[in-house]
Structure formats: structure tokens, C-alpha cells
Design a protein around this ligand. Sequence first.
Ligand code: PBG
Length: 306
Amino acid sequence: MVRETKLSVDDLIYPIFVTFGESVRDEISSMPGNFRLSVDMLADEAREIVSLGIPAVILFGIPETKDATGSSAIDPDGVVQNAIKEIKTAAPELIVITDVCIDEYTDHGHCGIVEDGRVLNDPTLEVLGEMAVSHARAGADMVAPSDMMDGRIGHIRKMLDREGFSDTPIMAYSAKYASGFYGPFREACDSAPQFGDRSTYQMDPANSREAMREVFLDIQENADIVMVKPALAYMDIICRVKDEFSLPVAAYNVSGEFSMVKAAAEKGWIDGERVMMEILLSIKRAGADMILTYHAKEAARKLGKG
Ligand code: PBG
């Protein structure tokens, strides 16, 4: 009766890596229990997720071809576009969110268009707008831009509205830090930047007020949900965003955070299940309304649904 925070399966969003090919179910070595799945493997996956009571998934694409402008990101027949259709057919009630960012689709691994070794903000917006529209057209319920270019939320909103998707909400990765915790994800997607790093567009871990500025701008540009990423080293940011703004707050419990728990548990140094539940509960206590996490299926089982 006096518990202040409750973790529920309704709070969870499960990330899925979609790859090209057929019958692919390839475990990501640094993320035990998580797989790269080809489109034909998604129907069963989606039904399992629904049976566990998890309300939503977020899709990341691993395309067959990468180029300088990430053109496979806007292919109507691309991995994510096809994945959306497959999942919505197999499990229409499952909310499909898509990550909108070109780093998985560019050969240089950056989240933007590159010229003379610099990542260009404004030309990137054009591709992001097209990518969001192509996801909405394929049936995505919500788009989640994760690139951290300035002005992207406003531009994507304008493009979605213009193309008839005014009801498609935007979950903005608003305060996304240039973090070492993304390591396993970049291995999973083969998306590590081939030169430099992402610090010209992602945030400095030293900054908190800047995060409030970024969130404020995204809200002004009509974001529907704002996200803080990563979660664990940024609990103070989750708490501040929750206190200062009224929009729903999402927190991304990222790949490195997941892998640390798995690695330590494997060595017998911690009780993995207990630490997982403690982490997820604490992210909620900090102020998150929803949590993107690779633990989602395990946590859902533990929470007793399905
Ligand atoms: C960018 C993106 C990244 C993650 C989610 N979206 C990688 C990055 O910024 O390098 C990382 C998520 C994770 O580590 O779990 N498309």
C-alpha cells in the first residue's frame, strides 16, 4: 500500500533488430537473448511479445547495402518498411515505433550527411523527413528520430502532416548523450562511425541545462513524447525533464547498460534478474513513464504476464 513506484509490463518497449535475408535468427554476441531477425521471422516474434503483454516495439534496420547518403533508409521495400507491414499483419494490436536515423544505413556510420569530414545538419533533415514518411506509409504507429540534428522534430512533423500522417506521433530522442554505453548496439548494427565521433551532434555527458534546452526545443517543435538516453548514468536528467515539462517521458535503457548486467550475472558476480528489476524500477522512480529496454521480455515474464 505504501509503495511509491510500480513497474508494469505496460511501461516496456522492446527493441528489435531487423535484418535482410531469410530465416535469419542471429544472436547478438554482446547482447545475449537479443537477435538480428529477418522479416519472415517477425510474425512469431510479434505474437510472442503480445502474449507477454508488452505493448510496443521499436524497430532498427540493418540493410543489405549502405551508402554515403543512407538511401536504403527510404526504400519503400526496405527492411524496416517490410518489417512494419509484417508485424502489423501478424499482431495489429502491437504498437510499432520506428527509429528514424540514418547511421545504420550510411557507409561512414554517421547519423547525417557528411561533407569534407563534417556532418551537415540541414541536408540531413530532408532524408529524415522522407524516412519518417516512408515508415508512416508502411504502417508505423509512431516515429522516433534519434539523430539529434537541430530542427528535425519540426521538419518531420511538417512532412508527416503534408503527406497525410497528422495522426502519427513523434517520440523524440531529445536528450541523447554522446555515450560509451552504445557499444554493443553499434556492433549489432555495424554502425560505429568510421571517422571521428558523434559529439558534434550528440550531447556532452557533462551537461544538464543543455538537456533542458534540447527538450524544450523538441516540445516547441511538437514532439509528443520526449526521451532521455542513456538511462542509468542520466537519472538526474530523467528526473529534471519529468519535473520541468508535462510531456510523457521515455528513458532508453541502452545496450551497454543491458550487457553490463548480463556479463556480471554470467560471472556470478550479481543476481542478474534481481538487478534487472531494480534497474527498471529505479528508472521509473526517476520519472520515466516508459522504458525502452532489451530486458523487456524477461521483465515481462518476471512481472507475471503471459
Ligand atoms: C542511432 C541510435 C543508436 C542507438 C539507438 N539509436 C546508436 C548511436 O547513437 O550510436 C543506441 C541504442 C543502444 O545502445 O541500445 N540510430
